[in-house]
Every structure is written in C-alpha cells, then in structure tokens.
Design a binder for this molecule. Structure first.
Ligand code: AMP
Ligand code: ZN
Length: 440
C-alpha cells in the first residue's frame, strides 16, 4: 500500500490517548466552571443547580450536573452579560450570521483569539493545507466568523490569504486565476455557482486555475452534493463545522481522508443528546450536539445547545487522530433556515409582517433554488381594504416589507403580494415555511 504522508499541526495532542484527552477535558472543564462563576449569568444558574465551584466536577460525567445554555440566553445577556474578564481585555467581537435584531455575540481576548486561530490552523493543516497554499476566503468578512476567524487561522498556518469576502463572482475568478489560488473557502451553494460561472465564462477555463481544495460549511449539504462539486471542479471538498458561538469554522474539520469531521476535543467537549430527554444517546446514534468551549477567557459557554443534529462516527480514523468524528449534519431541532449560509428564523419574518399595517393574517415563506443559490420569497396576504387600494399603495407596501426584512435578516427576499384568503389555510398547526430545496 502507498504510504500517505499525514499532516499534523500538533501530533501529540491530535493523536493523544483517550485517557489523556479526557484528563485535559476534566481539568479544562473545572477551570471553565470556576471562571464562569465570575459572570452573573452562570453564578445564578450554577447556584440553582447546586454547583458552587470546580470541586463539584469530580469526573467528566459530572458535566451532566451543569445547566444548558441556549441562544435565547445569549440574546438576553446581550451585550455584555456573559463577559468574564474586564471589558478592556476584549480585543474582538463576533456575532452569528443573519440577524440584525438582538444578535448572539461572542467576545475574545487576545489569548482567546490566538487560540481560536491556532484551532483553525490545525483544522486547515488536517485538511492538507500548508504555508504553500494560496487561500481565497469567499465568506463574508465582518461580524460573521467565517470571514475573519478563518482568515487569522489561514495566516497563522503561513498561507497567503486573499480576503475577497463573499460575492462578486467575476472578481473571484480573476483573483483565482491571477494569484494561482489553490484553496477556497465558500458555502456549498456558492461552490456550485462558481462552477457555473466558470462554465459560462469566455475568458477563463478550468485549466487556467490551480485550484485543488475547497473548504465548505456554514449550511447543511449532502455527500452527493460534495461529490457533485468535486467532480464538477475536479477538486477535493472538505466539510467543516463551526458556529460563531464557538469561535467560528474550526470546531470540527475533515482530515485528508474526508470521512467525518474531527471535533477538537482538547478545546471542546462535544455531547450528543436526545433532544427530548437531554440524556446521552447510544454511541453512534443521532442527537443534538451540545458543546462546551474549554479555552475561552472572555466568554465561557457551557453546555451550549447548538440545535444541530448529528452523530459520532464510531471507530478510528485512518489518519491516526483520536479526536472523535462528527457525521454530516442531518438537520436542526428548531426551525432555523440557512439561506445561502445565512441564518434566518421564520419568527423574524413574522415580526416584520405583524407590525406592518395592511398585512393580512396569512403568509408563506418559500425557500427554493435558483441555479445553485438559494432564493427566499415571502408570499403575503394583504387586508381587503389594502387590496382594494391603488396599485401604487400596494407597491409601496411591497417595497417597505422588502426593506424592513432585509434590514432585519440581512438577505434580500422577494415579496409576493397575495389577495386576501388566497393562501392555503391549514387545519391544525399553520404551515408557514415551504422549503423546496432538495439536497442536490
Ligand atoms: P453561524 O453561527 O452563523 O456560523 O451558524 C452556525 C450554524 O451553521 C450551525 O449551528 C449549523 O446549523 C450551520 N452549519 C455550520 N457548518 C455546517 C456544516 N458543515 N454542515 C451543516 N450545517 C452547518
Ligand atoms: Zn482523520
């Protein structure tokens, strides 16, 4: 058999024995519990659960004594409720993609940022990246961690990073060609879109590009879609999982064997729990991923309910890493939609509709594919009085809804105005969302 050279950033930790990983986790968890007690939020929560300090965490399984933290908690704690260090120690703030309502923010000290960058650099190295790579980051720069947090990790690895951010496909292609980009970071839908743009281009052919790998994540996608992108672009596509609350895209990453995402267990405790009972599922079964970050000073986050459904892939990985692998995500336990990589809650759309005079009682949110990208349409019934009004008034209402929604969810929806009573009324639970996207 050919010997494959397997790249590591920190082989000793990445291939540590289970005993060693668990010892690191226990020590770090105790430290985080002690640290979290410095926040009002956790000192109240822990007191209720009878946790007074790290002495209450004797073994790793004692994590089950700790209360969960939710997105709602983060919103309530906005802006500084979860800060565990003086504000002057914070050097960076990030937030979850999408909403401009009350966002879920995280803060990082310089040490936190350095560690987050190291985790990201470790992830990219595991995927076969190196200082020789020219990495074009096509994720949005700004509050979204997919831009800056990825960027810092890629730089730390020593790669040359081109921070093109999202969109502007022709410019992306020009840079890919001119700089000889070898690796890109983009959502799966954007990767397909790039492929179509290459096919349609008169100026550029696939042979003009040096592209070898794409790192993709931020939204659910199937194994078939990965294969389709790999075949279309002639590259290797790596799945990566992250979320802003956990420092962004380097939480779990595929190694060169691309058979599930190693979750970095020296830096996170990953639990997979039955979303109804919140008890651990049997090994290898699907459940909700609950994460505890083990190395963040500015903002501890303990037993955070991600709402993402996944499972641990049993058995060892061919790369020799001992950090367990997460399978491709199969859905969520809440109604959050991910539209072109941006998180959207139907309740945010409803919020705009409910406060707008002239809007009727029924609406339908439709998500579908146009080409490779996702399209959001909101079908809105208007009141009989509004329906009888001038077309100009109705057009103004449409524009108003569009602008309000864009301001709140950061993506631009199409608004279709409907006659009163024209949308289907369901018996029982109203069906407000129609997701027509298929996995492919
Ligand atoms: P954000 O905090 O804006 O980065 O969004 C995080 C959410 O994006 C996660 O909770 C997941 O629902 C989703 N997500 C991120 N990466 C992946 C992935 N590789 N596969 C499926 N969903 C993902
Ligand atoms: Zn591996």
């Amino acid at each position: 058999m050919d010997t494959v050279s397997i790249p590591f950033r920190d082989k000793e930790i990445e291939c540590a024995s289970r005993e060693k990983i668990e010892a690191i986790q226990l020590e770090a968890l105790r430290r985080q519990v002690e640290h979290a007690l410095k926040t009002d939020f956790y000192s109240k929560r822990f007191a209720k659960a009878g946790i007074t300090g790290p002495q209450d965490i004797k073994t790793l399984s004692d994590i089950s004594r700790l209360p969960f933290t939710t997105k709602g908690d983060l919103r309530e704690a906005y802006p500084f409720g979860l800060l565990a260090v003086p504000q002057s120690e914070v050097v960076r703030v990030h937030a979850s993609s999408g909403t401009t309502g009350t966002p879920t923010v995280i803060y990082l000290t310089q040490k936190d940022l350095d560690l987050a960058s190291d985790t990201m650099a470790r992830s990219l190295t595991a995927a076969g990246g190196s200082k020789n790579d020219i990495i074009q980051n096509m994720m949005t720069y700004g509050l979204f961690t997919g831009g800056l947090c990825f960027h810092y990790g890629a730089e730390l690895m020593g790669a040359m990073v081109i921070p093109t951010s999202a969109g502007n496909t022709l410019r992306q292609l020009k840079f890919m060609k001119d700089f000889g980009t070898t690796m890109i970071h983009a959502t799966p839908s954007y990767l397909l879109h790039l492929h179509s743009a290459i096919e349609e281009s008169d100026e550029l052919k696939r042979e003009d590009l040096r592209l070898q790998k794409a790192i993709t994540g931020a939204e659910p996608h199937s194994e078939e879609l990965r294969q389709k992108i790999q075949d279309a672009l002639g590259i290797e596509v790596y799945n990566c999982f992250g979320m802003s609350e956990m420092n962004g895209p380097g939480v779990a990453f595929e190694c060169i064997f691309r058979s599930g995402m190693h979750v970095w267990e020296d830096r996170y405790i990953a639990e997979i729990l039955d979303p109804d009972t919140m008890e651990p599922v049997a090994d290898g079964e699907t459940g909700e991923l609950v994460l505890t970050i083990l190395c963040r000073d500015a903002m501890p986050l303990i037993r955070y309910r991600t709402r993402d459904l996944t499972r641990f892939i049993p058995g060892p990985c061919a790369c020799g890493r001992t950090h367990r692998r997460l399978a491709r995500f199969t859905g969520r336990t809440d109604d959050m939609l991910i539209i072109n990589g941006v998180n959207v809650f139907p309740s945010q759309i409803e919020e705009v509709l409910l406060k707008t005079p002239g809007v009727g009682s029924n609406y339908l949110i439709v998500v579908e594919k146009t080409g490779a990208l996702d399209k959001l349409t909101v079908q809105v019934e208007i009141t009989p009085a509004m329906f009888a009004d001038d077309a100009r008034v109705i057009n103004a209402l449409r524009d108003h809804l569009k602008a309000e929604m864009q301001a709140l969810i950061t993506i631009n929806p199409a608004i279709e105005i409907r006659q009163p009573g024209s949308l289907p009324v369901s018996e029982g639970k109203a069906k407000r969302v129609e997701d027509r996207r298929t996995a492919l």
